[in-house]
Design a protein around this ligand. Structure first.
Ligand code: SF4
Length: 244
């Protein structure tokens, strides 16, 4: 098996794997928000930035290659990820204390993981449409980080309910339905797309604040621990299925 050096540790990889896949398959966490082992990489959040042979690259799209030296846990890389996370916070309206996703939110958990203590940048305070038209699913666009996970999940659901439209600061999540409303789309509450959002932008109604503080996903475990426990097995399963 070919190998790369990951933070000084030699790990093997399968030809065709990206750096994040090689690391996660070895239970080594690389921070990420838009990457998910079940979907093609999107490469937008850049949280998985690592140094490969001295150059910053996105680990979710950069292929692993024999002899690479990958640095993921240096202070320089942590600072880069911290600034990117702060940008995501100020670009949307992420008011954790009042958000029903608090304690279960990957962006919030990422902030804790990276030691974020302030937003650093001025807030944008965007005003984007909230869509409460669906009987079971709420879409709060102000909390969207444009990771496209719902887009990819809905594509995999065979429905294509979601898409990103516009550019830069005007980017918006749009819904494929005659009125553009979620209630007119064919999204079902059991669709994967209704449950994949890493933040509080797509939430299932009537489930808010049900889990007590102390028992929520990230109350006792870091995002790194949760990711290695939940996502690394999904990745290994995917490769096992490929071999079968
Ligand atoms: S709604 Fe959620 S899953 Fe969809 S793009 Fe926005 S943050 Fe990502």
């Amino acid at each position: 098996m070919p190998t790369i050096s990951f933070d000084g540790q030699e790990i093997t990889f399968e030809p065709g794997q990206t750096i994040i896949e090689a690391a996660m398959a070895s239970d080594l966490y690389i921070p990420h928000l838009c990457w998910h082992p079940d979907f093609p990489p999107h490469g937008s959040c850049k949280l998985c930035s690592v140094k490969v042979n001295g150059r910053i690259c996105s680990a979710c799209t950069f292929p692993a290659a024999e002899g690479q030296e990958v640095v993921s846990s240096s202070e320089e890389v942590r600072q880069l990820r911290l600034r990117l996370t702060q940008m995501l916070f100020v670009e949307g309206n992420h008011f954790c204390p009042s958000c029903e996703k608090s304690g279960q939110c990957e962006l919030q958990a990422m902030g804790y993981y990276l030691g974020m203590t302030d937003n650093h940048y001025p807030h944008f305070f965007p005003v984007r449409d909230i869509d409460a038209s669906h009987p079971h699913v709420l879409l709060d666009r102000d909390r969207c980080i444009f990771c496209e996970l719902c887009v990819r999940a809905s594509r995999a659901d065979g429905k294509n309910v979601f898409e990103l439209a516009g550019r830069g600061i005007h980017t918006r999540l749009v819904v494929d339905s005659p009125s553009g409303k979620l209630g007119d789309s064919n999204l079902d509450v059991n669709d994967r797309a209704a449950h994949i959002c890493p933040v509080g932008a797509i939430v299932v109604k009537e489930t808010a604040f049900r889990i007590p503080i102390g028992q929520r996903k990230y109350d006792r475990r870091t995002i790194a621990e949760v990711s290695v426990a939940e996502e690394a097995p999904l990745l290994r399963k995917r490769y096992e299925q490929k071999e079968d």
